[in-house]
Design a protein around this ligand. Sequence first.
Ligand SMILES: [Zn+2]
Length: 62
Amino acid sequence: MRACKSCRYITYQNDKVCPKCQQGELTDRFSGMVLILDAERSEVAKYVQLNAPGSYALKLKN
Ligand SMILES: [Zn+2]
């Protein structure tokens, strides 16, 4: 499980780049995750500024 350094999208695939934004580098160094099911109605999605369903890392480590 790895997170995109650009958009924080979490992928379970062994991709080289982020399947969502197609450009972010993936890292396994992240902490916390949030699952967005309904981005339109989710207060959590607004809070973390996400606009698409999926799993996202809360914090990336260096
Ligand atoms: Zn991305």
